[in-house]
Design a protein around this ligand. Structure first.
Ligand code: PMP
Length: 361
């Protein structure tokens, strides 16, 4: 590794950031571009911060090919606050459809249910959330259709968007696969993502919303939770997460240098293929997810004998691979291999799994 003190961080979020990004943030920490201040100390109304925000907006727009009739909002409250903001803003009347494919879409559904009419268009819970649904029961009059493009805990990912009925807005929680590959934003009415996986530090939530959806908030929606008010104020109704936005901007530049989202997708595919290929040929480790729906970001790894989990995790730590423990609700291991994880890290993991299997298999 280029920096001996850094580990291979396989945490699902907050997650590893590219070393170059951290080094640039470090270099600019005390004096941002001759201002004599850290970005953390600069007014959000200053021209320096205005430049940071505008550049981040323009770079993200370029990376994802976001059409001009979409706004990018740089908000706070995590993806979890979007679970509430969505129905408040987009379901003033009627009912909303949710596709339940794992813990996160189920959580989004439950939060929306608290505030009004909500339907499950499909659920794969009885199959342990190990595959995407083959059929949807869609309401043609739904206020919107919500899905989670990547289930961080269950490790299932959509590579082709579900098709909503005509005129039903498609909404996506893309928290854990945002900017990991190109997507056609024009198919979506709204995409949201917490930053702390592929984008930057926790505290920033990105919302990409088509302009015709603005101004539909139900009565009583708090100002900072109203998409239109946030859009009109350029995400500056109140103090935004300035430092997180700055680091996100550095990450967008890093992706541009890495060949944009097409380049990042190739890297992500190579990592995921290496890991799944190993798992499929191992008689000792396995992945429970249907092949076509396997996440490229969060790879579940199950040992033939769960009693060996602790020993496996301990050995991984000794070899510089941390945070491999699976979510407590599913057990086993989970390797989160977001954009910033290099192929070398996955090679290191596979080599260790081979060694462990030879010892115990
Ligand atoms: N959705 C998904 C897919 C997630 O992975 C997470 C966090 N792990 C959330 C929502 C909740 O995000 P936050 O912690 O930013 O509220």
């Amino acid at each position: 590794m280029s920096d001996p003190k850094r580990v291979y961080n396989l945490n699902p979020g907050p997650a590893a950031l590219p070393l170059e990004v951290l080094q640039q943030a470090q270099a600019e920490m005390l004096d941002y571009k001759g201002s004599g201040m850290s970005v953390m100390e600069i007014s959000h109304r200053s021209k320096e911060f205005e430049g940071i925000l505008q550049t981040a907006d323009a770079d993200l727009r370029e990376l994802l090919g976001i059409p001009s009739n979409y706004k990018i909002l740089f908000l706070q409250g995590g993806a979890s606050l979007q679970f509430t903001m969505l129905p408040m803003n987009l379901r003033a009347t009627g009912s909303a459809d949710y596709i339940l494919t794992g813990t996160w879409s189920k959580t989004a559904f439950k939060e929306a249910e608290k505030l009004g009419a909500t339907r499950a268009a499909a659920s794969t819970e009885s199959e342990g959330f190990a595959a995407l649904p083959s059929k949807l029961d869609l309401d043609p009059k739904a206020a919107y259709l919500h899905f989670t493009s990547n289930e961080t805990i269950h490790g299932v990912e959509y590579f082709k968007e579900p098709q909503p009925p005509a005129d039903v807005p498609l909404i996506c929680d893309a928290s854990s696969d945002f900017i990991s590959r190109p997507v056609d934003v024009s198919k979506y009415a709204l995409i949201y993502a917490g930053a702390q996986k592929n984008v930057g530090p926790a505290g920033l939530t990105i919302v990409i919303v088509r302009e015709d959806l603005l101004g539909r908030a139900q009565k009583g929606t708090p100002t900072v939770m109203d998409y239109k008010q946030q859009a009109d104020a350029g995400s500056m109704l109140n103090t935004p997460a300035t430092y997180a936005i700055y680091v996100a901007g550095l990450v967008f530049k890093w992706i541009k240098r890495a060949g944009g989202l097409a380049g990042i997708e190739q890297r992500n595919l190579a990592k995921a293929n290496l890991l799944y290929d190993f798992l499929d040929h191992s008689g000792f480790f396995r992945n429970p997810v249907a092949k076509s729906d396997r996440s490229r970001m969060n790879v579940q790894v199950t040992l033939a004998d769960p009693k060996l989990d602790a020993e496996f995790l301990k050995g991984a730590e000794e070899r510089g691979m941390v945070q491999l423990k699976g979510h407590r609700s599913v057990g086993g291991m989970r390797a989160s291999i977001y954009n910033a994880m290099r192929l070398e890290g996955v090679q290191h993991l596979v080599a260790y799994m081979k060694e462990f299997e030879a010892r115990h298999g």
